[in-house]
Design a protein around this ligand. Structure first.
Ligand SMILES: [Ca+2]
Length: 405
């Protein structure tokens, strides 16, 4: 009798042990589903006003700006601006460069390592007809704003975005090109840090170096999770839904700046592997913008093809001191010399219908502002006319993220 009782007790203990085992096995799985320490990580759970800022801030998040600049903030539900429905977080300021972002503090275990990741894209533009409005069906963000983003973790749980204790990711400049009917691709940023106390703060950081008419950053799908300290996978890589990871800017062939001409103009003769963007980059230190290049050359948008030997006007005659290579007058006076493009006066602006195969070309010099320089050869149609054999077709838009800015 006693023996049987004992065996029943043993069986019960065994059963309990098994159940306990199953329970403890199941526990990590349920914990794994809750590893995101952030509240409202996808910015989808409502919004609230904040003093000193226009619009609303997603609940559970705080907004910051350098110098207390009054930024506009909101949840954005426009379909192409969202990575996870229904909203992303948009922070913007028009006509003025800014530095700002968001943050949230989370409770952590001291000494443990955590990873903060979030998706972002930047949209900065000056060109109301093309980049901002998608006039040719392909809008693009203009990286000449110097707009860039990074993410940080303050292991001490502080809330000052300028604190030296913050561990930052490298800067990234996700300025996408995208067709009007598609979602804009987001790029993931991440950073890992070890907690020095029981709280950590996750920061999103945007900054630009040049004012543009329209400048905004979108954030979506943030996460703070404990890690084992290994390097964060996917750091600085593109969204898997988007195009493959673009080559870093260093792979874009370097364009050598060319000497001014005797009339004080700067004209770039296209060489093998030059691209519109890399040419622009080569002269960027003079302050020349994408818009300037388009205007000086009578283009409405970057040419579909450029050709070896083609002359591209960087600055019109009289702009550059031929001895020193420096500007003879402030760039603003040069670029506004003939006609300003801002209020869309009598500048070219070809109707959208014409802007398909042959990108606004040879006729334009008549309305090209600024002093007339030796007119560049027309970009012409897609079929290269010269039979030199030295003709090189080059794409106008670099793949997402590969602009060398
Ligand atoms: Ca979302």
């Amino acid at each position: 009798m006693k023996k049987r009782l004992m065996s029943r007790v043993m069986l019960g203990v065994l059963l309990l042990a098994v159940l306990w085992g199953v329970g403890s096995l199941a526990l990590p799985r349920s914990q794994a589903q809750q590893t995101n320490l952030l509240l409202n990580p996808s910015f989808d759970l409502g919004k609230t006003a904040r003093n000193g800022f226009d619009g609303d801030v997603p609940v559970n998040w705080e907004i910051w700006s350098e110098g207390g600049t009054r930024l506009f903030s909101d949840t954005d539900g426009f379909f192409s601006h969202v990575r996870s429905d229904p909203y992303s977080w948009i922070i913007r300021r028009d006509y003025e460069r800014f530095t700002g972002g968001g943050y949230q503090r989370v409770t952590v275990e001291e000494g443990k390592s955590y990873r903060f990741s979030v998706y972002a894209y930047i949209w900065t533009c000056n060109d109301n007809q093309w980049s901002c409005i998608q006039g040719d069906g392909m809008g693009y963000s203009q990286p000449e704003s110097g707009g860039q983003v990074r993410v940080g973790l303050d292991p001490t749980g502080g809330t000052d975005p300028f604190s030296s204790s913050i561990i930052w990711s490298p800067f990234s400049a996700p300025h996408p090109d995208h067709p009007a009917s598609a979602k804009i691709p987001f790029t993931q940023l991440s950073v890992t840090a070890e907690a020095t106390g029981t709280q950590m703060t996750a920061f999103m950081y945007f900054t630009s170096s040049r004012s543009m008419r329209w400048q905004e950053v979108h954030w979506d799908d943030a996460m703070v999770e404990a890690t084992d300290g290994s390097p964060a996978p996917g750091q600085q890589t593109g969204d898997s839904v988007a195009t493959p990871v673009p080559p870093p800017p260093a792979f874009v062939p370097f364009v050598v700046r060319q000497e001014p001409r005797p009339d004080g103009s700067l004209v770039h003769v296209v060489r093998d592997q030059d691209t519109f963007a890399s040419i622009l980059f080569a002269y960027q230190e003079l302050g020349v913008t994408r818009e300037d290049l388009l205007r000086f050359n009578g283009w409405d948008f970057p040419p579909q093809f450029i050709f070896i030997g083609q002359e591209i006007i960087i600055l019109p005659a009289g702009s550059v001191n031929t001895a020193t290579g420096e500007l003879t007058q402030p760039l603003e006076s040069i670029t506004s010399g003939g006609a300003t493009s801002e209020p869309a006066p009598a500048t070219p602006a070809a109707p959208a219908a014409e802007a398909t195969a042959a990108p606004a070309t040879a006729e334009a010099p008549a309305s090209t502002p600024g002093p007339a320089v030796n007119a560049p050869p027309p970009v012409g149609s897609l079929a290269p006319a010269e039979g030199s054999g030295a003709v090189q077709a080059i794409e106008n838009f670099l793949p997402v993220g590969s602009n060398p800015f």
